[in-house]
Design a protein around this ligand. Structure first.
Ligand code: NDP
Length: 282
């Protein structure tokens, strides 16, 4: 029987730990505040923004939400980010992606001060991860490492296959697994013989954005499978990049969708906001 890795439970543990630290900081007179900026009214983004502000409430943090109209210019958005950068009342800044097409996401991401970049997307934080220095780590891969550790799944010496090489999931994921002494292989859309490689994985991270792509033929008996994908199928049900029903009986542990990686992303965002305060007051 596969162990179902309960991201909801583990994320709640992390949020409870965050709550304790937030309370301690409050007792020292320091509130923790996250600013969330959304441009336009993409329904999925609105749900994510709402979930983030709810999580702030849960852990006792302040949140400020800026809902800007779709026609906001890049300059206007940069002006707001700059104000937040130098606002002492704001510890972390998050600009919800995707942004409307007329705004260059990279320009915006790089305009957030690295010490307030709680998403971990700024080049300075990415560079810190590459060289093993202290910095903010992208929340989804950071959450996956927590999921593995808190489920007592050893990474050291294991063959970890990451499928997907995006800047926010695949690449930082591979670096984090390497930091934990995994032997890491990165696959992408140009990889030849994908199945042959994924079948060698002790730990498979599926992050390609294709619903139910990975069935049992991609997976080695007894592997650990982490499903990063989130998709809404025709009947409005959520599913991941992994065909859970076909794979479950073959693996030793697997994350469900929903209730696996998703909740961890927000929990790690809360963790990063607290880290931002702790780094500033040190
Ligand atoms: P991107 O679209 O940015 O990247 C997808 C990656 O998968 C690319 O590197 C691409 O390769 C690779 N890929 C696509 N098709 C294939 C294929 N057939 N075989 C092998 N590799 C392939 O996606 P993200 O990394 O942003 O997100 C991945 C998934 O995770 C999405 O479903 C997204 O919704 C979800 N997600 C979930 C989060 C959560 O909190 N649970 C957070 C963030 C994302 P190439 O580089 O060659 O194009």
């Amino acid at each position: 029987m596969a162990k179902i890795i309960d991201g909801k439970k583990i994320s709640t543990e992390i949020k409870e730990e965050c709550k304790t630290v937030v309370t301690q900081l409050k007792e020292k007179g320091k509130e923790v505040c996250l600013a969330v900026v959304q441009v336009g009214a993409d329904p999925a983004s609105s749900v994510y923004v709402r979930n983030k502000t709810r999580a702030c409430e849960y852990v006792g943090m302040l949140s400020r939400t800026y809902e800007l109209p779709e026609e906001t210019t890049q300059e206007e958005l940069l002006t707001l980010v700059n104000e937040l950068n130098y606002d002492d009342g704001v510890d972390g800044i998050l600009v919800q992606l995707p942004l409307p097409k007329h705004i260059n996401e990279d320009v915006i991401t790089q305009s957030i001060l690295p010490e307030k970049d709680v998403d971990g997307f700024h080049n300075q934080n990415v560079g810190a991860l590459v060289t093993g220095q202290e910095g903010f780590i992208s929340c989804t891969p950071a959450g996956i490492i927590e999921l593995l550790k808190r489920s007592n799944i050893e990474i050291e010496g294991k063959h970890c296959v990451v499928v997907g090489r995006s800047n926010i999931v695949g690449k930082p994921m591979a670096l984090l697994l390497l930091k934990e002494n995994g032997t890491v292989t990165i696959c992408h859309s140009k990889t030849k013989n994908l199945k042959e490689i994924t079948k060698q994985a002790d730990i498979l991270i599926a992050a390609i954005g294709k619903p139910k792509f990975f069935d049992d033929s991609y997976i080695r008996e007894g592997a650990v499978v982490i499903d990063v994908g989130i998709h809404r199928s025709g009947n409005n049900k959520l599913c991941g990049d992994v065909d859970f029903e076909k794979v479950e009986s073959k693996v030793s542990a697997i994350t469900p969708v929903p209730g696996g990686v998703g909740p961890m992303t927000i929990a790690m965002l809360m963790y990063n906001c607290i880290k931002a305060v702790q780094r500033r007051v040190q």
